[in-house]
Design a protein around this ligand. Structure first.
Ligand code: NAD
Ligand code: MN
Length: 360
């Protein structure tokens, strides 16, 4: 029995979440072994406009009791982006020590992605999500004068790098990925990146079965485009991982099909699963948002909770509807969010019913 907190958020976040929840309901109906309950929280920009805060003061205490969080997207033209991000998403990521950001980069057949190669692209990006370049250490001197200068510190700890590396190698082994690639820049960023290199290499020595390579970030971006099929697990610091993640998702089809997870590997706090995309005010309310990224994020959540079979069924079903051409305009189709959601649901249902028959 698991309990999930659901935060649909704003704009298309709410539209795609509806499809994910209908799917979850269907899965629970189809598979009696799976008992998941969920509660929906309306924390969003709309909530902020009414209450003056993105979530209640005890928001994190409330969320802490859940086994996982399924998040939609936030952002509203009437509320500054730094408010919606720093008062809702960031407190969850930081408060729950979700120091791993996880993104599968998988080419689904039938998607007209910008890289026209017929090789199998299937790798994951594991980004250190808690420290590194995104620190609030630094400052700005002589503001407003011609001498103005700003300093932004990168903070890396041995422990932080070690924990992220350990997650990457463990994950590679568990999923049979043969290679871990570490993104570095220790030729130019001498202090932090040398610590990064040393610590990642030291963890790699415990995983002799997995090939380890360290690649300069600038070259790595080129390899993402030139030979993406060669990667297994790509491990990167916060900033490098942020950039690689968007590059990665764009080579396999874009935001509409890009899921992510913010993971607390120790499991002492809930992990959070969310599409990479935002609330897309430009198409919100039109019913044409692609629900795949959200539905795939649900699959990552189910897998995280140990429900491998429905997670696999979701992914196979996503693949199936894309190949059938049941897709929203961002993938060149004419279907609505609801049509795609229903097609995935029907497919998951027949997939799971078939599997149950097979087992019994
Ligand atoms: P966005 O991801 O919302 O949209 C970028 C472009 O991609 C838009 O043209 C949009 O229509 C399209 N798009 C995104 N998701 C899609 C989907 N599922 N189906 C079809 N098309 C899709 O990014 P943005 O426009 O830079 O930001 C809009 C708002 O979202 C801002 O307020 C921003 O702060 C917020 N945002 C939130 C998150 C989050 O909740 N984690 C992430 C990114 C942006
Ligand atoms: Mn980013």
């Amino acid at each position: 029995m698991h309990n999930i907190a659901v935060i649909p958020g704003d704009g298309i976040g709410r539209e795609v979440m509806e499809e994910a929840l209908c799917l979850l309901e269907e899965i629970c109906k189809t598979n009696s072994l799976l008992t998941i309950e969920w509660e929906i929280f309306s924390w969003s920009s709309e909530y902020y406009l009414q209450h003056g805060e993105m979530m209640p003061k005890n928001g994190l205490d409330t969320l802490k009791k859940y086994d996982a969080i399924l998040f939609g997207a936030i952002g509203d033209p009437r509320v500054a982006d730094e408010v919606s991000i720093w008062d809702l998403i960031m407190p969850i990521r930081k408060g729950f020590e979700q120091y791993i950001n996880f993104r599968p980069i998988k080419q689904l057949a039938g998607i007209n992605a910008p890289l026209q190669i017929d090789k199998d692209i299937d790798f994951v990006i594991i980004r250190e999500n808690a420290e590194g370049e995104y620190s609030n250490m630094g400052g700005n001197l002589y503001q407003g004068t011609s001498q103005e200068m700003a300093v932004q510190n990168t903070v890396m700890t041995r422990e932080g790098v070690k924990k992220a590396s350990a997650f990457a190698f463990k994950y590679a082994r568990s999923k049979n990925y043969k290679k871990v690639t570490s993104a570095t820049k220790s030729n130019a960023i001498l202090h932090t990146m040398k610590l990064w290199d040393r610590e990642v290499a030291s963890v790699s020595s415990n995983y002799e079965d997995i090939h380890f390579e360290s690649v300069y970030i600038d070259a790595l971006t080129a390899y993402f485009v030139q030979r993406p099929e060669e990667f297994g697990v790509v491990l990167a610091s916060n900033l490098f991982g942020d950039i690689l993640s968007d590059l990665g998702s764009s080579i396999v089809g874009g935001l509409g099909v890009s899921p992510s997870a913010n993971i607390n590997p120790e499991g002492n706090y809930p992990s959070m699963f969310e599409p990479v995309h935002g609330s897309a005010p430009d198409i919100a309310g039109q019913g044409i948002a692609n629900p795949i990224a959200q539905v795939w994020s649900l699959a990552l959540l189910l897998e995280h909770l140990g429900y491998e079979q429905p997670a696999d069924a979701i992914l196979q079903s996503i693949q199936h509807v894309i190949q059938e051409g049941i897709v929203t305009p961002d993938l060149g189709g004419t279907c609505t969010t609801k049509q795609v959601g229903k097609a995935i649901r029907d497919q998951v249902k027949s997939n799971l019913l078939g599997a149950e028959k097979y087992e019994s």
